[in-house]
Design a protein around this ligand. Sequence first.
Ligand code: NAD
Ligand code: UDP
Length: 342
Amino acid sequence: MASQRRAAPRRQDDGGGAAPARRRVLVAGGAGFLGGHLCALLLRQGHEVIALDSLQTGLMANLAPLLEHPRFRFIHHDICDRLHDAPSVDQVFNLACPASPPQYQADPVHTMLTNVLGTHNLLELAAGCGARFLQASTSEVYGDPEQHPQTEAYRGHVSPTGPRACYDEGKRAAETLCFDMLRLGRVDARVVRIFNTYGPRMRADDGRIVSNFICQALAGEPLTIYGSGTQTRSFCFVSDLIRGMAALMALPDNPREPVNLGNPGERSIAEIAELVRSMTNSASRIVHRPLPVDDPRRRCPDIGRARALLGWQPEVALEDGLRPTIAWFAGAGAPKRLPAAA
Ligand code: NAD
Ligand code: UDP
């Protein structure tokens, strides 16, 4: 049975304008693409960081520059299992879940359990030590949206039975757990709905569009457009996204509503293919492959709530974010084609 333990919420203010207080922060999914960038930001802000990860899709390479840091530590753990001897922390970021469709569909039952059991385990951990909690939710909670752009009030158009459901419905259930724990007064839980985000340190074999197109273009291989390429996405550079997540965690008052974070610059998939081809000076052909089942046709965030609450908006234009991303994939330090995720 779930524990009803609740610790008093820890002070989260920054000491009346003095230097920001140092906090102990747990980042679940810390070895992933976004998690590695978030751990680095939190260390730069002066916090103590504990990254926790099963390494299902994450890579220790994402944390390599942090491993020697005196305020950093790594725990190898699957959040579906209760964490015995859990560290006492001030804040918990839950990013633990594969984000790429081929990766979250590789073991769909585990994806669902990660979102439900895993999120519950971390919420209980936060309740036990009075920690503030931030859940990395997703624009996928809107499914194949009938409202455009998507505001947080839109309830979505999601298949509960299709191949994306383990992720979409799992993330919706995780949001439910967060808001129930908040209403019960057990955890100061906050939820960000992240729209497609890209940048250096994505895995070359990740399967998402930006990493696929860049790796294909750099290798002179055909760029694979699924379907006609008229479907759209809105791409946010990683530094913008991480800044927004940290801002919501730092907000003194819980908004008690989810917050969209993304870049409203909507592009078609065919446009992205042309842009990557031209920015890499690639002669790669474009080939079409079948559109995956339930692939959303359009996606664009309404970020009015993030602007109003956090004063947040993206600063990096797509071309400016693609440049360092391409340079990273082209660089010697970037992993080339990696073995498929376990
Ligand atoms: P990622 O796959 O690179 O990172 C996920 C990390 O979680 C990996 O390190 C993985 O090993 C770890 N993980 C997965 N299951 C786990 C488990 N059961 N226990 C412990 N660790 C586990 O993906 P990402 O792009 O960094 O995404 C991070 C989070 O942000 C995810 O929750 C994802 O749903 C969310 N998100 C990302 C995007 C995006 O565009 N990047 C968009 C929407 C939502
Ligand atoms: N996509 C594509 N070619 C690829 C990878 C993805 O055309 O090699 C398409 C995919 O069908 C979707 C869009 O690009 O319409 C974004 O896919 P991604 O997997 O990056 O994210 P998501 O579908 O979760 O938004």
